[in-house]
Each structure stands twice: as C-alpha cells, then as structure tokens.
Design a protein around this ligand. Sequence first.
Ligand SMILES: *[C@@H]1O[C@H](CO)[C@@H](O)[C@H](O)[C@H]1NC(C)=O
Length: 380
Amino acid sequence: MTYSKKFVAALLLAPAALAQAPLYGQCGGQGWTGPTTCVSGSVCVYSNDWYSQCLPGTGTTTATTTTRTTTASSAATTTGSSSTSCQAAAHGFASLNGGTTGGNGGTVVVVNNWADLKKYATASGKYVIKVSGKIVATTTGEEIKVTNDKTIVGIGSTGEIYGGGFGLTNVKNIIIRNLKIGNTYDGDWEGKTHDWDGIQSDTSSNIWVDHCIFERGADGLIDLRLDSNYITISHVTFRDHNKVLGIGWTENVITQATIHHCYFQNVGQRNPSADNLKYAHMYNNYLNNATSYGHYSRGYTNMRVENCYFEKVRNPLQRDDTAVLVASGNTYVSCTGSTAANSGTAFNPSSFYSYTLDSTANVPSIVKSEAQPKSSICPS
Ligand SMILES: *[C@@H]1O[C@H](CO)[C@@H](O)[C@H](O)[C@H]1NC(C)=O
C-alpha cells in the first residue's frame, strides 16, 4: 500500500493544525488544556474566566487566563485601542444567528454623563461605549433607545447607570456588560405606576447581558418581549425588586435564551417568568429569598434547568400544563410551596453550543463572586 502525496502532506500538517483551535472553538479558560491559539482568520477572545473563544477577525492576541486567580492584566489583550476583554463576544444562544459581537471592531469611546451615553448609544454604526463611573439619568426612568451594533461596558467595577435604563426596539447585536443598572424605584412594589425597566427589548435579537447588577427598578428589571431572540444573560445579579426578569408577551414560540450563573437575591416574582420560549436554558443560577416563585416554564415554553441552587425560595420550579420542564442536579434549601415535576422532553443545549456546568454545591460561592461588575472585564 502506498500513500498519496496529498495524504502524507496532510499527515505532516496535522500537528500544526491540532495546535490551533478552530473557528468558534475554545481557546482558553480555567482548566482548559487545549490549544490557546486560533486558526488563521480568527482571534482568541476572552469571554469569561472559564471560556475564551476563537472568533472571526485578525490581530494579535496573547494567551488567556487559565486560572481563576490570575489578575486582570493576564486576561487576553490585543493590539488596538481597547482590550479584548472589553470587546468579548457572547456565548450561549446569543452566539447563534451570526453571533453577538456588539460594537467590536468599531469606534471606542469613553462616556461619563447621560448626554454622551445617549449620543453614542443612539448613533448609527459600531461603537464600544465604555462607561466611566456612575452616570445619572437626567430624566428618571428614561430608557435610551440603543441602536444596532453597540457594546456598552463599564470600566473597572464602578460603571453604573442610575435612575434610567436601555430600550431595544427592533435592533440587533447589543452587548451590555459590567454595569450596575437601576434605582428607578418609585415606591410601588407592584410596578404599576411607571413602565421604567432596566432593559426593555421588543423584537430585538442577539442580546448579551453579562456581569451586571440590576436593582430596585420601577417595573421589570429586564423585560424581553415580542419575539426578542438569541439572548444570553450571564453572571448577572437581580436584587431588591419584585418583577425581575420577564420573557414573553407574544403568541409566537421562537425566543431562545440562555440564563446562567445569575443571582436572584431578595426578589419577588419572574425569576424568570419564561412565557412561550422555544428554548429556555437555565443553568448554575443561584436564587436566594424569592417570595413568589423561581424558574417558571409558562405557556408553550421548553425549559431545561441544570445545577441550580434554590435557597429560601417559594415555589422554586413552576410549569404550566402546556409547557415542558426538565430539571436535573438542583439543590433546594429551606424552600417552601411547590416544585413542579419534570414533564415532557427538553431540548439538548449541547446541540446548539458548548458550555460547562459547575457542580451545584459550588454555585452560591461562584455566583456571589462573579455576578457583578468586575475590574477584570474592562480594565481601562
Ligand atoms: C426577602 O426578599 C424580600 C423582597 O422580595 C424582602 O422584602 C425581604 O426583606 C427579604 N428577606 C430577607 C430576610 O432579606
């Protein structure tokens, strides 16, 4: 038997090919032992301490962090005007449909007041808008109408939008990261006086919200409505609020959302309420003191829940008769009310994207430390 020249060439090339991660492959993160460089035409982009991914583009990146204890400066850096950690791209369902890259590759601006934030968030074209310190809304409850291809990211751990929020209407490719958002609370716990949300999305797609704190709103902390789709909410704290995270307000069953490593703390209802979602993937969330209900699979939702930690939650898991709910690996501590049994056949998240489950016992400590703005996300 003889080998063709082509086959031998392929064999000779193989080691080099194996040394590089493929497009959209993992290229770094805590415990990652695989390749840390990407195939030509893609760059390694830091997503979080556990995951970096090869995304389309050119440029020079350095290796990403491989341990959780490394400092911000060892996160991926790239040549250019902004570190890659400020310009990470989304994982989960937001990584589908062309991906969610926000303003990556566009103009980088730093803002420290409401007028400038509004100016760039509503401008056309790609922007990475870095928020410096606390910005107070000039009109309480105003939701800035963000346009396509924007990243709004806090610098360090002190970026804050106080007394206002963001409205996404018929837009796509939006990243909101590393910010505290809220404090529009008007004294009405039922949220019926004002429709002031932290983020309201209507018919928008490819949305990634990451490493944020949402607190004390006047209506929903996040309302995702009217067929908004390809959504990932990761490492987010929702606290001191009644109507937390509502997804739905539609007859269509198309919305796909990943919600993981989120902290629901001292909350009432909608943690989340997931109504008519095609796919709702909930994993490694920590709920502590929810007075109404926890993860709720409503209408025709197909929900998979994995390794979540429910503590002092009334009605941790709820399901409508028409909905699918398949939960595994959860822990329940001092919970009350009822917990819906599994019913139906849930979708398999791994067939859409890769993800790593943390063990449930570690979820409270990981989530408490990660679900907030971090100085390492956008160091400057
Ligand atoms: C639990 O959360 C509710 C808000 O839903 C709050 O009013 C209450 O004070 C919290 N309880 C504790 C013990 O923090």
